[in-house]
Design a protein around this ligand. Structure first.
Ligand code: DGP
Length: 116
């Protein structure tokens, strides 16, 4: 069962503590333990989905929920006007380290492009 082994499932269930930023029925968001910018929040579905590469049409509503959560978080964190970056890492080349879908919300400073 992923709830027993997956770090972000344990964060969602409260077994592992986190700094909560947002919660609703389907989405949980918390501060990244290794922030790369003044604002660095991870938005995750409460349900275990491995990564963006396995998303299907049946996840459409859940993905919309995640983006609506992002909008609320960006306003609450004061970065909706200055801007922010949204990142889904997938697989080794992207250094995806936790196999539970998560959307990085990064902001509060100017960022370069392309990423390193
Ligand atoms: P990724 O590399 O895309 O898989 O991002 C995983 C992120 O998760 C990474 O930026 C660090 C963060 N992270 C890892 N373990 C923990 C944890 O226990 N708590 C919190 N808050 N963040 C974590």
């Amino acid at each position: 069962m992923p709830e027993d082994t997956c770090l972000f499932c344990k964060i969602v269930s409260g077994k592992v503590p986190s700094d909560k930023v947002f919660i609703n029925d389907r989405v949980y968001a918390f501060r990244d333990v290794n922030p790369v910018a003044p604002v660095h929040v991870l938005v995750v579905p409460k349900e275990h989905i491995e990564n963006a590469d396995v998303i299907t049409l049946s996840d459409a509503e859940l993905l919309t929920d995640m983006f609506i959560a992002v909008q609320e978080i960006a306003r609450k964190e004061g970065i909706n006007e200055t801007g922010y970056r949204l990142v889904f890492n997938v697989g080794n080349d992207a250094l995806n380290s936790v196999p539970h879908l998560h959307l990085h919300v990064v902001g509060g400073r100017s960022m370069g492009w392309p990423p390193g």
